[in-house]
Design a binder for this molecule. Structure first.
Ligand code: KMH
Ligand code: ZN
Length: 312
C-alpha cells in the first residue's frame, strides 16, 4: 500500500450526470455557476476538480466540447487546482463522443470507467412530483435500461487517444471488485503507467454497495494486485459520502466529495454548495490528524504533466 506518508488529496466533483436540477437548487448547470462552484471548492481545499458539462438552458447533461469551453478557461485563469474532465458523462453515446471534450482540452486528468455495468438512477424519479425541466423524469426513469458501456476495447481506445497521445493521467473509476481485475489486466498489458490513481466507488445502483466491509475488501484487493504502484481515493454516493471519505482518509487514502455524487451535507439536509462539502471533509481530515494536499502536491503524488501542458 503506497500512500501512508503522503497528504490527503480532496477531489470535488462539481455537477456530474446523476442528479437533476429539480433535486437541488445548489446543483450548478450554467457555465458561470459551474465555474464559480469549482473555484469556491478549490478555495475550500479541493486540489482536483472533476468536471462534467451541462446544457445551460435546461441543466441536461452534456458532452458537447463547446459547453466545456465556456467554463474551463475561466476556472484555469483563477486557480491552480488540477482539472479532471469526465469521459463518462453519457450512457447513450459512443466513446469517441464521450472523449471529445477531453481530446479538445487535453487536461491533466480524465476519468476512465473500468468496466461495463448497469448504472441506474431510476428509483430517484419516484421522490419528485413537480419537475423543473421536461427531460428530467424520463432521463431518470429510462436509466433502468441503460448499460454503461466500458469494454476492454473502449478502455484501450481511451488509453491511446488520451493517455499515450496527450499525456492525460486517469482517475480509474472502479465500481466493483471485478473492475480492479480489469485494471490489473490493462496495466499488465501496457495500457497505463504506474502510479495509477484508483477511485473506489460505493453505492451506485449497479455497482458494489456502500457497506464499509466493501471498502476494506476493495482496498485489500487493490493492495494485492497493485502493491506500491497505485494511489487510491474513495467516493461514497449519496448519504455514504462523508462516512466513506472519513474512513478512507484514516486508512491513508484520498477522498472525493461534490454534488455530482451526493446532494447532502448531512443526512436529510441538502448541501448549499460543493464548497460546503469540501469545507466539511477538510475539517474532518485535518481534525483527525491528516494534512490536505495542495494542487502541486497532488501533481507530484500522481505524476501529472502540469497545467501548462493543457490545450485550453
Ligand atoms: N459520479 C460517479 C459515480 C465519470 O465521470 O466518468 C461516476 C463518474 C463517472 O464520475
Ligand atoms: Zn463524473
Amino acid at each position: 500500500m503506497a500512500r501512508k506518508k503522503n497528504k490527503t488529496i480532496i477531489s470535488c466533483a462539481i455537477t456530474g450526470a446523476i442528479h437533476t436540477p429539480t433535486m437541488s437548487d445548489a446543483l450548478p448547470y450554467t457555465a458561470e455557476d459551474i465555474a464559480k462552484q469549482a473555484l469556491d471548492a478549490a478555495e475550500a481545499g479541493a486540489s482536483i476538480l472533476h468536471l462534467h458539462a451541462r446544457n445551460p438552458l435546461n441543466g441536461a447533461v452534456s458532452i458537447d466540447p463547446d459547453h466545456f469551453a465556456k467554463f474551463l478557461p475561466v476556472i484555469k485563469a483563477e486557480t491552480d487546482a488540477v482539472i479532471n474532465i469526465s469521459t463518462g458523462g453519457s450512457l447513450l453515446t459512443t466513446m469517441a463522443e464521450r472523449i471529445a471534450p477531453a481530446k479538445w482540452a487535453s487536461p491533466e486528468m480524465c476519468s476512465l470507467n473500468m468496466g461495463s455495468m448497469n448504472f441506474s438512477m431510476h428509483p430517484l424519479a419516484d421522490r419528485y412530483d413537480d419537475w423543473k425541466f421536461d427531460w428530467e423524469e424520463e432521463y431518470l426513469r429510462n436509466s433502468d435500461s441503460y448499460i454503461f458501456r466500458n469494454t476492454f476495447a473502449d478502455i484501450k481506445y481511451v488509453a491511446k487517444e488520451l493517455g499515450d497521445d496527450l499525456g492525460v493521467k486517469f482517475e480509474h473509476e472502479c465500481y466493483d471488485v471485478g473492475h480492479l481485475y480489469n485494471l490489473k489486466f490493462c496495466l499488465d498489458t501496457g495500457m497505463f503507467k504506474a502510479p495509477i490513481f484508483i477511485q473506489f466507488i460505493f453505492g451506485i445502483l449497479g455497482g458494489i454497495g456502500a457497506d464499509m466491509d466493501n471498502l476494506m475488501f476493495m482496498k485489500q484487493t487493490a493492495d494485492r494486485l497493485f502493491g506500491d504502484d497505485y494511489q487510491w481515493s474513495v467516493l461514497g454516493a449519496g448519504n455514504s459520502q462523508m462516512s466513506f471519505a472519513t474512513t478512507a482518509s484514516q486508512l491513508g487514502g484520498n477522498v472525493r466529495v461534490g454534488l455530482e455524487d451526493s446532494l447532502f451535507i448531512k443526512r436529510g439536509e441538502l448541501a448549499e454548495s460543493n464548497a460546503q462539502q469540501v469545507t466539511k471533509i477538510r475539517r474532518i481530515v485535518e481534525d483527525l490528524g491528516c494534512e490536505v494536499a495542495t494542487p502541486d502536491e497532488a501533481r507530484e503524488m500522481l505524476g501529472l504533466k502540469g497545467p501548462n501542458q493543457t490545450a485550453f
